[in-house]
Design a protein around this ligand. Structure first.
Ligand code: SAM
Length: 245
């Protein structure tokens, strides 16, 4: 997968050199390029923003600078398919695990990281004539810029690429996975720590009981913390025991 990120703060993306994402880059599973938006400015002050039409507080990112940047970054496609443009914005559709899986199937993503009051709306309109564009929010709160949102999305997407997570089995039973539940609590050695015991069933070696305990825990936790997820469960996927938890 190829990922381009356009930002006025390239250093914000330094964590992409670390951990599993960094390793995926080293092994060639992932090709990441970070671009400084100011390379496409037209004045000696390297201006990327201007005052908003209609008045009001804050500044808006200029369409000409963004337009040129996205033209150049996407021109790498040559005659091949255009990238999918991701524009992080608190006014976007909510990012989910399902969306991460969908983006993991794309060969090429471009992230356009806004700052200030955001990017002139015509940039998305114009880009949408040449490529697929998704305006995505990582949650119902407002960050200072799109860089952290891009990091969140990239990490969620890249860990789904084949070969990135050592044991693909570990992706199967996670929160927000196929069963629609939050993950059960997990434990490791020692069996007793500060007077707190690992649940006995997990030491039993009895796979059936362990699986049942984990599912019960996942159902309880989900009901407590995210009743909205319980409402979305497929009733046909629940057995009698599930219903009694
Ligand atoms: N004026 C905008 C609004 O109210 O919708 C907020 C702009 S915010 C201060 C600046 C930039 O941070 C946005 O352009 C976007 O790139 C990023 N951003 C802020 N919150 C975000 C969120 N929840 N999800 C994704 N991106 C976000």
């Amino acid at each position: 997968m190829k990922i381009d990120i356009v930002t006025i703060f390239p250093d914000y993306l330094a964590p992409l050199e670390l951990s599993l994402v960094g390793k995926a880059r080293e092994t060639g599973l992932l090709d990441v390029r970070v671009h400084d938006l100011r390379n496409w400015t037209h004045d000696r002050h390297r201006t990327v923003d201007d005052t908003p039409y209609g008045g009001g507080a804050g500044m808006v990112m200029k369409p000409d600078v963004w337009g040129d940047a996205l033209d150049d970054v996407a021109s790498d496609a040559g005659t091949g398919p255009a990238p999918r443009l991701i524009v992080p914005t608190p006014a976007g559709v909510p990012f989910t695990q399902g969306m991460a899986a969908e983006l993991a199937d794309e060969p090429w993503l471009v992230f356009a990281c806004g700052r200030y009051e955001g990017i002139d709306a015509r940039v998305v309109q114009d880009a949408a004539t040449r490529m697929r564009v998704s305006e995505i929010s990582i949650g119902d709160y407002v960050l200072n810029g799109g860089e952290v949102a891009a990091l969140v999305m990239i990490e969620a997407v890249v860990r789904l690429l084949p070969g990135v997570v050592g044991n693909p089995e570990s992706l199967r039973e996670e929160s927000h996975g196929e069963d629609g539940l939050l993950e059960y609590p997990v434990y490791t050695k020692p069996p007793s720590w500060r007077g707190l015991q690992v649940p006995e069933v997990l030491l039993s070696g009895h796979h059936g009981r362990v699986a049942r305990w984990r599912r019960d825990q996942a159902l309880r936790l989900t009901a407590q913390r995210r009743p909205d997820l319980i409402d979305k469960l497929d009733p046909d996927a629940l057995d009698d025991h599930d219903r009694s938890v």
